[in-house]
Write a protein that binds this ligand. Structure first.
Ligand code: FE2
Ligand code: FE2
Length: 128
C-alpha cells in the first residue's frame, strides 16, 4: 500500500508543478515500499539519490518563476531547508530509519505543497 496518495487538495493549479509533485510522491512511495520490504541500504540510497535529484530539479523549476514574487526569499529558504533534510536523511539511510524517514519527508513535502506552493501557484495563476 502506498504511503501517500495524490489528492485534489495537493493541486496548486499549475499542471507542470502538480506533475512534478506527483513524481516526488511516487519516488517517496517507492522508497517506502523498498524500506518495508527490507531492501539493502545500497538500493535505498539509490532511490534516495533519485529523490534528491528530482527535488533539486523541481525546486529549480519553481525558483525560475520567482521573479517579482513577493514571497520569493521565504520560499527559497524553505526549499534550502527541505533539501538539507533530504540530504541528512540520505547520509544516514538504513533499512531501520528509512520507514520513519519517508513518513517525515512526506509530512514536510505535503505541508510545503499545501502551504507555500499553493500560495505561489495562486500568484502564478493570477499573473498569467
Ligand atoms: Fe513544489
Ligand atoms: Fe516550493
Amino acid at each position: 500500500m502506498p504511503l501517500v496518495v495524490w489528492k485534489d487538495e495537493f493541486s496548486i493549479g499549475v499542471p507542470m508543478f502538480d506533475a512534478e509533485h506527483q513524481d516526488l510522491l511516487d519516488i517517496i512511495n517507492a522508497l517506502h515500499d523498498q524500506a518495508m520490504a527490507g531492501a539493502p541500504s545500497e538500493q535505498l540510497a539509490a532511490t534516495c539519490d533519485r529523490l534528491m535529484a528530482h527535488t533539486v530539479t523541481h525546486f529549480d523549476h519553481e525558483e525560475a518563476r520567482f521573479e517579482g514574487y513577493p514571497r520569493a526569499e521565504e520560499h527559497r529558504r524553505m526549499h534550502a531547508k527541505l533539501k538539507e533534510r533530504v540530504a541528512a536523511f540520505r547520509r544516514d539511510i538504513t533499512g531501520n530509519n528509512a520507514v520513519d524517514g519517508t513518513k517525515l519527508i512526506t509530512d514536510w513535502l505535503a505541508h510545503h505543497i499545501t502551504g507555500e506552493d499553493k500560495t505561489f501557484g495562486a500568484w502564478i495563476s493570477g499573473i498569467h
